[in-house]
Write a protein that binds this ligand. Structure first.
Ligand SMILES: [Zn+2]
Length: 328
């Protein structure tokens, strides 16, 4: 994903569209302006346990297919696996297939994978993570530039946390309905070019959303398995969904997780940009990035493997999200 800095031109567009979207977003934002519930209240609500071990196994399983680069067997096999997993946990599953034109002209067979839990519930939260792997280790030594990224952190980690949440939902019904969207072709962008060459799956979904009932807010996960994470709040999340960021970060703090930092992390292009701009759902990004360190050292390298994934970090993020869901 492009987690490069937002280009000036895109930022200008974002600022302009933010103003345009303000009216459309008002009902959702208004309904979410309540302060996060306090710890005492949290203790009185049954929040199912999130298993970091289980989440880690979902990382391993995805990586066993090989890099999930569009137009490969690994990609096709993993799409089937993810769909089957969501269905086994009780979701209504659909595959949104489309052809994405990459920046280099390659036509990519792409699939967004969608799981809907408790479709009858009118208050809904939507979760996103990209499931594809980048086709080039372009942040690595030159000999790796023609190698695809294993994408344990940058791809599999967010999906793994959401699969574990899906598993929890099989036996535990929250007050809210849950939509899970595994987005494709986030990471086939041009590192030296157009910001819009990234996030092709979210661009497609945001123009063709699947839902009947619009979710009140969204949470995107990206690179949530690093061993020393720094989860700041990026500029787009602040601009479009500050109240959601406050809700989630307050929950993290109440659980003792100092890795969720009350600081602006940077101006990032990620799938939430397009969900906010085109779909008009206030959506935050939980992503391991800081303005001083940048992305984790394994980012877009051949070292982005399960061996470098921290179960503790998966568990931290999963625990925060599980608490958010069951406190709604
Ligand atoms: Zn990436």
């Amino acid at each position: 994903m492009q987690k490069r800095l937002v280009y000036t031109s895109l930022l200008a567009i974002v600022v302009t569209l933010a103003a345009c979207n303000a009216g459309a977003n008002t009902p959702e934002k208004t309904s979410e302006t309540k302060p996060a519930k306090k710890e005492k209240t949290i203790a009185n609500i049954h929040v199912p346990a999130f298993s970091a071990d289980s989440a880690f196994q979902y990382v391993v399983r995805q990586c066993e297919f090989g890099p999930r680069v569009p137009n490969t067997d690994a990609h096709e096999q993993c799409a089937s696996y993810l769909s089957q997993q969501l269905a086994s946990f009780g979701a209504e599953v659909s595959q949104q297939k489309f052809t994405a034109s990459a920046y280099d002209g390659t036509q990519l067979k792409a699939t967004n994978i969608i799981g809907t839990f408790f479709p009858e519930k009118s208050k809904r939260i939507i979760f996103f993570s990209h499931w594809d792997s980048r086709h080039t280790c372009d942040q690595d030594a030159p000999q790796y530039h023609k190698t695809a990224v294993p994408a344990a952190n940058d791809g599999a980690s967010g999906v793994a946390v959401l699969l574990e949440i899906a598993r929890i939902l099989k036996g535990n019904q929250p007050n809210v309905g849950i939509d899970i969207v595994f987005l494709d072709v986030e990471d086939y962008g041009n590192a030296n070019g157009d910001a819009n060459s990234w996030c092709l799956g979210s661009q497609h979904w945001s123009k063709n959303p699947h839902y009947k009932t619009k979710p009140q807010f969204g949470i995107l996960l990206d690179m949530v398995g690093g061993d020393s994470p720094s989860f700041g709040i990026d500029v787009i999340s602040q601009q479009f969904a500050q109240n959601i960021a406050s809700k989630v970060w307050n929950m993290a703090h109440s659980l003792g997780y100092k890795q969720f930092k009350d600081e602006t992390s940077g101006q990032l292009i990620d799938d939430h940009v397009f969900v906010n701009l085109s779909a008009g759902i206030p959506t935050i990004d939980i992503i391991d990035y800081s303005s001083t360190r940048g992305f984790p050292s394994t980012w877009h390298t051949h070292l982005d493997t399960p061996e470098n994934i921290s179960k503790e970090t998966l568990g931290m993020v999963g625990n925060v999200l599980t608490n958010v869901i069951f406190n709604e």
